[in-house]
Every structure is written in C-alpha cells, then in structure tokens.
Design a protein around this ligand. Sequence first.
Ligand code: HEM
Length: 491
Amino acid sequence: MSTSVLIQFSLFAALTSIILLINSLRKDKSKYAHLPFPPGPKPLPIIGNALDLPQEREYATYHEWSKLYGDVIHAQAFGQHILIINSVDAARELLDKRSGIHSDRPHVPMVHDPALMHMDWSFPMMRYDARWKRHRRLFVQHLNPVAMEAYSDKILATAHGFLRNVLADPTTFHRSLKHAIGSILLGVVYGYEVLPENDPFVKLAEDTVTLTTDAISPAWVPGNKFKPYAAKDQGKAVPSVVSKGLAEITQTDTPDPEKLDDLMKLGAVMYAAGADTTITPVQFAILNAILNPEIQRRAQAELNSVLASPDSRAFRLPTFEDMSALPYITALMKESLRWVPVQPISLPHASLEEDEFRGWRIPKGSIILPNAWTMLHNEAMYKDPFVFRPERFLRHGDHQPEPDPSGMGVFGFGRRACPGDHIAEKVIGIELASLFAVFNFAPPKDNDGNDIDLTYATIPGSEFILHTPHYPCSITVRSKIAEERILGTTE
Ligand code: HEM
C-alpha cells in the first residue's frame, strides 16, 4: 500500500470528522501556535494541499519540492498536517533524538479498524504503545545479529538451493529468487522447509501480504497452521524463532496466552516485512551488472581471488566467513540499497505531542514522511547520485568511502527503524556472492540475435515497496567445475 493511499485513508477519516474540521477552524491555543509551519506549497482554504499531494511516485514529486522548499516541508489537507523530511540531519534530529515524541504511526482506519483490514496486529503499523514495545523486544531478542548466527547454515543452504534452481532453469531466475528469500524467512521463523514449487504456505503467506483488503485476521496469523511445524522442531536440530520462543513460553505450567499471541503475530510480520523488500536490491544489482559488464568483471575478479578461479579444481562456493574479504560485493550490495531505496518514502511516523523545530511548529498528530529517496540522492553526500557506482563505498587513492546508506535512510530512523536491517544485508550479501561466483549474466537476445536493451528496467514504479520492472536475462554457468560445485550441494 503506498503512503499516498495511507494518507488518503487518513484524510478520508479527517474529512468525515466534522469535529476535526471545526477544530481546525477554531482559534488555536497550543503552546507553539505563534510559530509558523515549515515552508511548503501554499494551501487552499479547508482542503489545504489535498490537490497538491502526489498520487503516484511521491518520492519524485517530493524530490522536486525539496529543491523549492528545502529539507523540511509542511503540507496539510483537511486539517491533517504532513511533514516531509528530505535530509538526514533533520531526520536524525526529529526521529532519532526526539524519538519519544515522533515514533507513533498514524491511525489509519482502513488498516487498523477491526471491521476493515484489522491489521493492528502487524507491528510495523502498530501505534507507539506497550504492545508495540513487547513485539519490538521479542524481535530483537530472537533476531539480533548474534541470535541470527544460528540460522547461517539455513540461509546458506537456501542460497545453494537457489543456485540449483537457476542452473536447472535459468528462465526461472526471478521466481526462484522470490522463492529463496521466502524460504529463508519461513525457515528462520518456523523451521519450515518450503517445497520447491507451489508451496501452500508460501501461497498463504503471499496472499496475506497482497490481499490486505481481507477484513478478518489472516488464518495463519495465530500460528494455527504453522504451529505444528514449529512445535515439531523443539528438541530437534533445526532451530527457529517460533520453536525457541515456544520452548521458553511453555517452560512454565501456565503459559502466558499474551506471549503466545505476540510470538505468532511476530512470525507473520517477519514474512510480510522481509520477503518483498529483500528481493529488490538483488534484482537491481544483477540488472546493473548486465548493463555495465565492468561491475560483473570486478565482482568476479574479487570472488576468484578468494574462492579460486571457477576453472580451477580448488574453486568453492562462498560462505559467510568470506564476506569480510569481499569488499566489492559488499559495496555492490550497498549501492543497490542506495540507488533505488526499497522504501523511498519510509513508513509514516506520527507525532504524539506538539513540538518546535528550527523555530517552526510541528502540531501533535502530524504525519512525518522520511523521504529516503532525496536523502540517498543528495549530491553533497553521494557524487553523481543517480549513477550506479559500487566503488563509491571503497577507499581508493584520495577517495574516501561515501556514507553507508544503511544509516542514511534506507532502513528508516529512530525507534521505528527497521529491526531486520542486518538480516536483509546478510541475505543480500550471500545471494550476490553466490550468484556471481558461479554464473555470468548478460542481456537477452532478440530474434535477430541483438542484445535487448534493459535500460527500461532501471526505472522503478510507484509502489510502496519498489521493485525492478520485470526483465529477462541470459544466465550461463561460468565453468564445468562451477556446475559441479552447484550440483554437489545437497538438497
Ligand atoms: C532491503 C530490505 C529492507 C528494507 C529496505 C527495509 C526497510 C524498512 C523501513 C524503511 C522501515 C520503516 C522504518 C521507520 O519507520 O523509520 C522498516 C520497518 C520494519 N522492517 Fe524492514 N526493511 C527491510 C527488510 C526487513 C526484514 C528482512 C525484516 C524482518 C525479517 C524487516 C522487518 C521490519 C519491521 C518489523 C519493521 C517495523 C518496525 C517498527 O515499526 O517498529 N525488514 N523496514
């Protein structure tokens, strides 16, 4: 769901609320009422900027607005105040340093109301309250970088399964990638082994993510169907978040139903928040390597130096231990996260209290939209920001590495910042290393044998989570030995 749709629902609620309208016309007695709002497009009476707010590709419009109005922009519609934050400095000041005030999420009736989508169980959308704190704590307890090490073998085995699928049928690349990321998340959360094709649980999970108009809680949320898998794992070798959590909760004679409920809902959120997002940077990295063969050449030269040439008997597949010796692959991952940020406009924050910032007034209940697109294309931070250039993150000659995009808006800010950032980077890094170690990627050919130009696929769409437009590509295995190594990995 795009942020503009979210905002529209909020605006709809505001429009239908006569009280809100009356309040907006009353004399304002708030502490900072004398202060101006930040600059922004001139509002019309009552409807404010409702007609100015973009319906699609908001990030592009807000990027243009940033050139006119600066790094903090104010807009309003039907009494709802909206702040668009275009710089990392302003985001850090408001969302990091004042996170106690600006970490709420807007109440979106369509999303939160029990009679509508009833998604209030999903902690990315939760209000900033005790329940959100419990969910966040649970996430960090089970999925911090140290805890995640228990799942490294699972992630690596899934990467190998992905290579086998691509080798068997390169035309399934995009589908196999989606399958691999989904398998990792369902494996980590539930210890569940996804079927190679048409897995019913993947289908169920995807339907839950995409069919968000379903008004009732999805059937799998309370763990009805997954629970047996997770429970089955207890005491066995396969660790999973839910099996570990269940083991803890059921240690006592009277397991706490609230904890059980939190755990199951957390599991559902992991797939929803992680599956779709983690695919995009892999797709953009491969696309750019096809468009610019030098990227592929450098990635493979680096991999050869660590894993041996794929023509040599010494050649092996990469592991997590190799990642620290693969700075170019890491830089490629970072550039893919930066160049097209997966969520160009981050999830909206909301202000619990009125605030003052740089002499401007931020009313209570304001919606705050961090515009990662503009932050990550800021010329002062990133030279030629619209050029895809992994080496910007490497030290060479006098060149100092440009700022790591993970702290510059890719994963949001403050207490609501993405808690899955390290999982995403771990997965993207090993997928890229594995793919470039064994495959060559090239443009597909048309019927006359000419390269098809894939430049069209560099222009992302308008979704809340951006993806590459679908692109075909030619994938060939680098050598006979590389093929043997792929086939040598076990199911
Ligand atoms: C490339 C991959 C990913 C990107 C770019 C990304 C980005 C984001 C962003 C921008 C937010 C909103 C932050 C804010 O409100 O300031 C967010 C929230 C969240 N993400 Fe991610 N994410 C990714 C992968 C993941 C993964 C793999 C998981 C879980 C396994 C995950 C779980 C979450 C959760 C639970 C939240 C909500 C946090 C809260 O509201 O407290 N994300 N993510």
